[in-house]
Design a protein around this ligand. Structure first.
Ligand SMILES: [Cu+2]
Length: 337
């Protein structure tokens, strides 16, 4: 019977149980308080009802009583706060080794590109039991990437990246919703999260991929002329980008910032906002010249030449040219509009 009338969405991620446990706790606490108040109302109404000849007597405060009814709720609220904070920080902190998926939202669809190069629309394939980090941006208005079965929801904003992560625990197909009103067909901006067994997922991933995202990024890096200024040595007019991701960067105006995804994105689209110390301000903006997908590929490429495993970017770009992926290569710049 409960299957036909489920009170909760399915629990299909490692976070789902934690969120539900907190929610059940809140229901129990508020339920108990409601009950307590109603019992008191009924009891006092009966006990102190009007009787002929009996005069009401004024009672002037009671310190122990007031301390009790302040301290107990305070402790209960502190439990809710601490518990909520633990779940929140867990949910907001993607594990460092999560596989990465880029998401671009537009009215009214979700465009998904895996770091390994596979692309999909209104669908996201993920393997069971692996941490997945979504790096998301919007091409137009604010959207929100919501997977009820995973208990995660995150706004997707134009002009910057936002991030969310999960680890799926059960194979199956789950709803994806846009949870931020984004225009006429907002309610149709839905999709499927397809959770597969690792072997099945590998098979899916290997079918028809255009090569790793970082490899398309490397190609664009050459085609857009980035490589003329950013060389692999110290001799370029721009900084050598090898190893820059995740490191602190000294800016011309004295600030130090961490080179995360949003920083790389801003460097490409609005280089004037944060000039690197010790270089001429000659880098042109690429705003309007590159699509969100191309920015994602460039960011993925710069990250790949920065990862602890410094050879990774080179390796992945080499593998893109192996016969096994040849023939599946899509014409450069082919994207879903
Ligand atoms: Cu939307």
């Amino acid at each position: 019977m409960l299957n036909n009338f489920p009170l909760w969405p399915q629990q299909a991620s490692t976070l789902a149980g934690r969120v539900d446990a907190l929610y059940v706790f809140l229901l129990i606490v508020t339920g108990m308080m409601t009950l307590l108040i109603f019992i008191c109302v009924v009891y006092f109404a009966a006990r102190f009802r009007h009787r002929p000849g009996v005069r009401a007597e004024q009672i002037e405060g009671s310190t122990p009583l007031e301390i009790t009814w302040s301290a107990i709720p305070f402790l209960v609220f502190m439990v809710i706060f601490a518990w909520g904070a633990v779940v929140y920080f867990k949910e907001r902190t993607p594990p460092a080794d999560a596989s990465e998926v880029y998401v671009v939202a537009k009215q009214w669809m979700w465009k998904v590109e895996h770091a390994e190069g596979q692309r999909e629309i209104n669908e996201l394939h993920v393997p069971v039991g692996r941490d997945v980090k979504l790096i998301m941006t919007s091409q137009d208005v604010i959207h929100s990437f919501y997977i009820p079965a995973f208990r995660i929801k995150q706004d997707v904003l134009p002009g910057r990246y936002t991030v969310e992560w999960f680890r799926a625990t059960k194979p199956g197909i789950y709803h994806l919703f846009c949870a931020e009103y984004c225009g006429t067909q907002h309610s149709g901006m839905v999709g499927d999260i397809v959770v597969q067994e690792p072997a099945q997922f590998e098979a899916w991933m290997n079918g028809g991929s255009s090569g790793p995202l970082s490899a398309s990024g490397e190609k664009m890096f050459a085609e857009l002329g980035c490589a003329t200024c950013h060389r692999n040595d110290a001799g370029g007019r721009g900084p050598n980008l090898k190893g820059v991701f995740g490191k602190p960067v000294q800016l011309e105006d004295g600030r130090t910032v961490t080179a995360d995804e949003n920083y790389l994105r801003e460097c490409i689209l609005d280089p004037g906002a944060k000039r690197v110390k010790g270089f001429q301000p000659i880098m042109p903006t690429f705003q309007g010249l590159v699509s969100e997908e191309q920015v994602n590929a460039l960011v993925a490429y710069i990250k790949s030449i920065s990862s602890a495993n410094a050879g990774e970017g080179v390796k992945s770009s080499a593998s893109a040219a192996t016969p096994q992926s040849a023939g599946k290569v899509q014409p450069n710049g082919s994207q879903v509009q």
